[in-house]
Design a protein around this ligand. Sequence first.
Ligand SMILES: C[S@@+](CC[C@H](N)C(=O)[O-])C[C@H]1O[C@@H](n2cnc3c(N)ncnc32)[C@H](O)[C@@H]1O
Length: 349
Amino acid sequence: MKRAGRQRVAESRRPRSRSTIVATPAGEHIPVLLDAVLAALAPRDGAIYVDGTFGAGGYSAGLLAAARCRVFGIDRDPAAVRRGATLAAQHPGRLTLIEGRFGDMERLVGDAAPGPIAGVTLDLGVSSSQIDDAERGFSFRLDGPLDMRMEGEGESAADLVARLAQEELAALIRSLGEERFAGRVARAIVAARQRGPIRRTGELAAIVREAVPTREPGLDPATRTFQALRIAVNDELGELDRGLAGAERLLMPGGRLAVVAFHSLEDVRVKNFMRQRSGGVAAVSRHAPPPPGMAAPSLRLLGRRAVRPSSDEVGRNPRARSARLRAAERTAAPPWPPGTAAVVGSAMR
Ligand SMILES: C[S@@+](CC[C@H](N)C(=O)[O-])C[C@H]1O[C@@H](n2cnc3c(N)ncnc32)[C@H](O)[C@@H]1O
């Protein structure tokens, strides 16, 4: 089943020079599902692409190598944008780096781009360099300040852990971490913070490990609580919703959207968005206008299933393990206004 999904996206249009793409500029970061993302985006000479999660520049480098295209690379992390200057210098006039959020991509790219946008890609979550830097506070394995802010501004994870009431903490850890022992974790956090503020990732990880009564092979008990806090601190699901809708509005007809998600909360949003926007009108008529009040499909799915990394890729890069790529092509129909219904028998199946 995984293979079928991979083939359908890969069949869509093959990028040129895929063999030239072997590493990122820093030579340390391995982009996840890069070949499949490029196959989905099918880069063309003269076209303009948006890499909404520039990170270490792996996808941007792949696009720039695959065609004589232009790329707008967005990242909310100022350090990622600074590091991208090296790649931009290697491709004069072809890579524009923008510090900001992909939820604002229309505003960030719309006026700056010299033409229509042929592709948007998002590789969600945090980068290896963010996780591996203890000072950023994302990792439960490395002791550092309990921060987790991608932009380095606003409320940190330590602030959130100090501010929220026990029930709010439990609800957050349950909904954004899918932690079934959220109640116990929240109780343990509140008990611990009465003894003094929780300021370090190491302290929080120890509290959570103590509170979670069971062990899953290969999964640190702190994983889910840290995921929940990171998503909340960075409003990652709100950003994803805004980013998907922004891409729908920004893409030209025939333009491609390729999104890589790493956990089910993200993937279900991507899946529902793409399926809903691509749903149903063909069941009425390919040519007839949709019924009044209903929107015509603004997307066409590229492959019915998510593309997963091969066991080879997971062997080379264990962080790819949970990645899922979904891709779609923009139709000529107008973008859906927020809250629009799908046409007859929407494709939410
Ligand atoms: C998984 S990494 C991307 C890696 C990249 N594809 C590569 O190959 O190097 C995710 C990056 O997206 C950035 N990011 C996450 N959410 C963002 C948002 N809403 N807007 C802009 N950048 C975001 C993070 O700061 C991080 O650098």
